[in-house]
Design a protein around this ligand. Sequence first.
Ligand SMILES: Cc1ncc(COP(=O)(O)O)c(C=O)c1O
Length: 472
Amino acid sequence: MRVGRALILAQRGRLASAGQRWRSSMPAVEPSEPQLPPFNHTPAPYQGPSKEEVYALRKQYLSPALFHHFKDPIMITEGKMQYLYDDKGRRYLDAFAGIVTVSVGHCHPGVVDAVKRQSELLQHTTTIYLNPQIALYAKELTDRLPGNLKVAYFVNSGSEANDMAMMMARLYSGNYDILALRNCYHGMSEGTMGVTAHSTWKFNVPQGFGIRHTLNPNPYTGAFGNDGKRYAEDVKDVISTSTPGGVAGFIAETIQGVGGSVPLADGYLPAVYDMVREAGGVCIADEVQTGFGRTGTNYWGFQNQGVVPDIVTMAKGIGNGLPLAAVVTTPEIAQTLAQRLHFNTYGGNPVCCAGGRAVLQAVDEDGIQANAAKVGDLLLERMRGLQEKHSIIGDVRGQGLMLGVEMVKDRASKEPAAAETGQVMQRLRELGVLIGKGGLHGNVFRIKPPMCITTDDAEFLTEAFDLALSEL
Ligand SMILES: Cc1ncc(COP(=O)(O)O)c(C=O)c1O
C-alpha cells in the first residue's frame, strides 16, 4: 500500500493550514495508507489537563534531564495489550513496549486483577514479616531457571539488580575486577553507570573503578564478524593484562538492548564463561530485556548460547510495568550476602510480587514465548525483505521480539544514518506506529513490542515502515 509523495505533502499542507499545533491531534491516517488491524476496545474519553498544560508542568517541575521522543511530544493516556491511545483517543501500535517492559500486554487483565486483589488486602510490610506472595513468587520464578539457580532476591529496578549481582560476585570470588562489554547498558546508578559503556549515558564523575571493558562481539560491525571465539580471546588478554589475574565476574546482556539490539557473536558466551570461571569469577547474565520468552526460542536469552550463568538479573518485563526486579543465583553465592544485614524496603513488596506471579502465569497461559517466536520470525523475514528493497537498511538482526534494524548511509562504510532514522520514526508515528531507537549513534530501530502482538500487527508495521522508508 503506497501513497504518492504529492498526496502526503498535500495532506500535511491541509493540516498545517488548519492550524493544528500537535500532530497527534491529527485525524487517523489517510484511507490509502496502511491501517491498524481492527481491535475491540474503546478508550475512556480523556478528561485531564491538556497536553500543552502537561508539557508546561513537566518542563517547570520535572528534571531537565528527562527527554522525550518527538519534537511535538505525544501524550499517552491509555494502553490495552499491544496498543496505546493518546489524549485524543487515537490508537497506536506499540512497537517498543515502554522500553521493552510491557511483556504480556498493557493492562493485561490477569496482572491488573492480581494487583487489584492484593492492593485491597495488604500493600506493604517489608520482609520483616512473613507473607505468602514473596515466598510463592520466589519458587515460581526460580522453577523457570535451569541448573542450581534457585535463590531469588527482589529489588525494584534493573540498576539495583545489577549492582547487587556485582557485589555478590565480588563477595563470593574475593576478587574485585568485573569484565563487561563495550556498547553494553546495565543501568544508571553510580555502580552500573561505570559498567555501562556508552558515552551517551556516562557523566563526568568518578565511576567504573574495577570495571574492564572488552571487545564487543558485534557480528555486524565487529572486526571478527560472527566468530565469537575470536572476540573471546580479548577477554583472556584483558584478564592477563588489566587485572591481577583473577576476576570477580563477567556481566553481559545476552542481546544488547540500548546498544541497538546487538546479538553476541556465535560461540562467544561459552568461551568467555570458561575463561572467567578459570580466573575465579562468576558469570552474570543481564536478562533485563531478553528474559521471559522475548527471544522466542528460549525463555532466557542465555539459553540461546547454550550457557548457564551463576547469577541472572531481571527487571522490565518481569513486572509488565510494575517496579519489580530480581537477582537469581545459586544457594552458595546467595549465602555471601548473609555475612551482614542486607535490606531493601520495597523489594518483594506483596503487590509487585502478586503482579509478577500474574506475569509468569500470563506468559504460560497466553503462549507468549511461542508467539514471540512466530511473530518475531515473520517480522525478521519482512524486515529482511525491506532490506533488499531499501539500501539505507544495513543490517536486520535479533531473535524473537528483540529485533534491530540498523540504518546506514552506505553499506560499505556502515556510516550511521541517524537523521534519517529520526525522520522515519516521526513518519511511523504519523502512521500509527511507535517504535524505539538506540545504538551509540541512534541509528538502530528497536522493534520490541508487547509480546501479545499479532501477525496482522506485524504486517501493518511492515507496510508502514516500507512507506516511511520510501518517502525518505
Ligand atoms: C539490559 C538492561 N539492564 C539494566 C537496565 C537498567 O534498568 P533500570 O532502568 O530499571 O534501572 C536496563 C534499562 O534499560 C537494561 O536495558
